[in-house]
Structure formats: C-alpha cells, structure tokens
Design a binder for this molecule. Structure first.
Ligand code: ATP
Ligand code: MG
Length: 191
C-alpha cells in the first residue's frame, strides 16, 4: 500500500471529481514506455499513487527509470524471466504473462492506486498470450468499482477491442531510429 503524503486536496474530493481514463500508447515508434513514465512522474508530483507493472522487462533488469522511480516513490514491478520472451519456449512465456497479469489483477482490485501502468500488456495481447476479452472485462470491472482510476497500457499493435474501449490513444510513429543507422542503445536513452 503506497504511503499517503500531505497534499492540498482531499482524496474524497479527488475521487469524486476525477474521470479515470483508459490510455493506450501504441505504434512502432520509440516513446511508449518513456511517455508512460513521464505521466507517472507528473502524477506522483500531484500526490497520486502510481504503480507500473512491466510484462517484458526481466526481474534482473535495472534501468535508469527503476532507480528514479524508487526516489519518487513510484512502485515498479518487473515480472519477466530473463530467459523467457525469446519465443523458444512459448508455454513458459504464456505462464509468465499469466503470472504478470495476476499481479495486475491484484492491483486493479486493490483500490490502492490512482494510476496504474501495464507496460507491454498490448504486446502480450497482440501475441495472444492472454485473452483480450478476459483482460478487458477485468479492466471494465475495475473502472466500474473505481471510476477515478487512470490506466495506461503500452505496446505495439493494439487490438481493435482495446481501441474501442480506450479514451485516449497515442500512436508513436517511427520516422527515424538510430538503430537503422547501426547506432547501438545509448545509456539514459534506452536503459
Ligand atoms: P521507450 O521505452 O524508449 O519509450 P518503446 O516503449 O516505445 O520505447 P518498445 O516497443 O517497448 O519501445 O521497444 C523497446 C526497445 O526497442 C526500446 O529500447 C526502443 O528504443 C527500441 N525500439 C523502439 N522502436 C524501435 C524501432 N523502430 N527500431 C529499433 N528499435 C526500436
Ligand atoms: Mg516499451
């Protein structure tokens, strides 16, 4: 349960006045995850209780954002297994997706958060590792229970059911990426 600090607003008022948004960051261009991190930084500054759950990052990954999130009191969970997502073991990938989704479900049901980010959930859905209908039903139920909840999901190839359900969708378009010029991942930009 995140710590409650003193802010110039009352939680009851906030919840009453807030219309929770379902936000999707999709597309082939870079910026889906970092945009979600930027939103959490903004929201945390407003005293909102934020949590990000990452489907694709390995439990052993410690990127710049993980260090910064800790300093800002933003909860981040990296649920992947370092050896999965290599498509060599689809059954294991499916199980990792399921375990990660179970944590998402727990957070959705807890009512303890104002902003939840499920990073790469869209990717997992687009690869049929979780049933879209089940995921959308859980999200719908959570938004019914807690209408002020903001939810961000990221990943390429958003399925049409998610697009229909969302309030805000931004598609990142690749215009140029340094990878095409053979430039490797840069510290602080990619990790
Ligand atoms: P970021 O985490 O930087 O916001 P992202 O979430 O939009 O990027 P993902 O689809 O999650 O990107 O891909 C993860 C990694 O792949 C990132 O490090 C990103 O820079 C890299 N990447 C994204 N788009 C491209 C691309 N078009 N070509 C090569 N690499 C890419
Ligand atoms: Mg990403």
């Amino acid at each position: 349960m995140p710590k409650e600090k003193k802010y110039k607003w009352r939680r009851e008022d906030y919840q009453e006045q807030t219309r929770g948004l379902l936000i999707v960051h999709t597309g082939n261009g870079k910026g889906k995850t970092t945009c979600a991190l930027g939103l959490m930084m903004r929201a945390a500054g407003q005293g909102l209780r934020c949590c990000m759950i990452q489907f694709m990052k390995s439990r052993n990954d410690r990127y710049g954002e993980h260090v910064s999130a800790e300093k800002l009191g933003i909860e981040v969970h990296t649920m992947g297994d370092g050896f999965t997502w290599d498509t060599k073991n689809p059954e294991q990938d499916r199980q990792t997706a399921r375990n990660t989704w179970n944590l998402c479900t727990e957070k959705l049901r807890s009512g303890d958060y104002d902003l939840l980010v499920f990073d790469e959930l869209v990717y997992v859905l687009s690869y049929d590792m979780l049933p879209v209908a089940e995921v959308l039903e859980e999200i719908r139920a959570a938004r019914d229970r807690q209408p002020s909840l903001h939810l961000v999901v990221t990943g390429r190839d958003a399925p049409k059911e998610l697009i229909e359900a969302a309030d805000l969708i931004t598609e990142m378009t690749e215009v140029k990426h340094p990878f095409q010029a053979g430039i490797r991942a840069q510290r602080g930009i990619e990790f």
